[in-house]
Unconditional design. Structure first.
Length: 275
């Protein structure tokens, strides 16, 4: 049992779960825009997500502990190095155009973690912008870049999907901000710090309503997309309103981050059911 717990913790702490969530969102984009042959890109995004998230989370930790890293941290460092190496290898199989369009999002990720602003600040420590930066990066990586990779058409439906994805990610990040209330410095001015927990949930609910309603104005819309959007909106609302300041260890890091995977499963099931 203890071995299974260690494997699960490594799965979460090594950013494998969040990388799968990002890949699920990319896959949703492929399915909505009827794009096939995207396995190389999915592998590319999976590896880059592990590399980026572990860089953001553990760059200071690795520097601090050096050779005194715990066994778990050594494993995470090895996973990160391996993922980064494979990421570079797979990058040669992706078009230059795709890589160029990824640069702004890679830059935002680096600026999010590396202190380059006055007083040794990074973007994460700039008041009030943390979840919105994450929203921009995730929306770009899971909607914009996949369509560039597949040479898809950046039409009106693309703009709506990009907006919806941004709203969805911002809402999914709110439970994390509620969880981190007692740890975040007051200078971060996160949404819960500014308006409180209950109003944060109301704010997220409003964003989800907009997320849902935007589906209705798409040019090409199916009953499957409408139903799947309603279901994922409901699931997201339940997780948002179920968030408390004191929560179980994996409420956010596993369950909330599983919502994109649930969305993908719902979409696959509905397509199989109605096809």
């Amino acid at each position: 049992m203890e071995t299974l717990k260690s494997i699960f913790r490594f799965y979460i702490n090594g950013s494998i779960h969040v990388a799968l969530a990002i890949c699920a969102l990319v896959n949703i984009t492929f399915m909505k825009f009827e794009i096939t042959g995207g396995n190389t890109f999915l592998f590319f995004i999976f590896l880059s997500s592990i590399t980026a998230y572990n860089f953001v989370k553990y760059s200071k930790t690795s520097k601090l502990y050096h050779r005194r890293l715990t066994r778990s941290m050594k494993g995470i460092r090895l996973l990160t190095v391996l993922s980064c190496t494979l990421f570079v290898y797979v990058a040669f199989q992706v078009s230059i155009k795709t890589l160029l369009y990824m640069i702004p999002f890679i830059a935002l990720t680096i600026l999010y973690a590396v202190p380059i602003f006055p007083n040794s600040k990074n973007l994460r420590s700039v008041a009030g912008v943390k979840i919105f930066i994450i929203g921009v990066v995730w929306a770009g990586i899971t909607v914009f870049v996949p369509l560039i990779y597949a040479e898809g058409i950046l039409n009106f439906d693309f703009l709506i999907e990009l907006t919806q994805r941004f709203l969805f990610i911002v809402v999914i990040m709110l439970p994390f901000e509620i969880r981190d209330l007692e740890y975040d410095a007051a200078t971060l001015e996160t949404v819960p710090q500014k308006i409180g927990v209950t109003r944060t949930k109301v704010f997220g609910s409003v964003l989800l309503v907009i997320f849902l309603l935007l589906t209705a104005i798409k040019d090409n819309i199916t009953s499957i997309e409408i139903l799947s959007t309603i279901l994922v909106t409901t699931i997201s609302l339940l997780f948002l309103w179920g968030t408390e300041r004191k929560q179980s260890e994996y409420y956010c890091s596993f369950w909330v981050e599983s919502v994109p995977l649930m969305w993908l499963i719902i979409l696959i099931l509905l397509q199989n059911l109605f096809s």
